[in-house]
Design a protein around this ligand. Structure first.
Ligand code: MN
Length: 187
């Protein structure tokens, strides 16, 4: 059994980036559905005692487990996403210096995250990750794919599936992404 993460959206500060209605649907309907489907798929199998991360790694690139990989991946991606709210509080002086050293400035980091997010064709995710050499890197993934299987450690992500912003911004992904990044980076 994998867990439905705790997320008290009424206590979070979204800086008006996303409405309570969107957050409520996203967490209570979309994420809950991925958790339920994953648990349905692992029930009674060797996967049922595994951690979420191990389920993803064990089902990756195996055609017979593609539904499990996609659903478990989406649980992982959303767990990172809902923990990205309030990420700005985790940006200490060291991390901020590293971000500026790597990307030139906080504004430029934002600009590169926006550009990457707008460039995702269809559904997917934008990530700030650490690579194997501990360097910061921006990357995108498609659908339910996750950087976990490629050995990257996520700091935060941005959900660019339409369900993340459509109620608030309709087709205006860029506006949603800009506001979301302002929140995450504390800009
Ligand atoms: Mn989502």
């Amino acid at each position: 059994m994998i867990n439905f993460m705790e997320f008290n959206y009424s206590e979070k500060n979204f800086f008006n980036a996303i409405s309570d209605k969107t957050i409520s649907f996203h967490y209570n309907k979309h994420l809950k559905a991925y958790v339920d489907k994953t648990n349905e798929l692992i029930a009674g199998s060797d996967f049922s005692e595994m951690t979420l991360e191990d389920i993803i790694l064990a089902s990756y690139d195996k055609p017979e487990f593609v539904a499990l990989y996609n659903n478990a991946g989406q649980v992982y991606n959303h767990n990172v996403y809902f923990n990205s709210f309030g990420f700005s509080k985790k940006i200490n002086d060291d991390l901020k210096s590293e971000m500026i050293r790597t990307f030139g400035s906080m504004e430029n980091l934002k600009e590169e995250l926006v550009k990457a997010s707008v460039g995702v064709f269809g559904s997917g995710w934008t990530w700030l990750v650490r690579d194997k050499n501990n360097n910061l890197k921006i990357m995108t993934t498609r659908n339910g794919d996750t950087p976990l299987v490629l050995g990257y450690e996520p700091l935060f992500n941005i959900d660019v599936w339409e369900h993340a912003y459509y109620l608030d911004y309709q087709n205006l992904r860029k506006v949603y992404v800009e506001k979301f990044i302002d929140n995450v980076l504390g800009l």
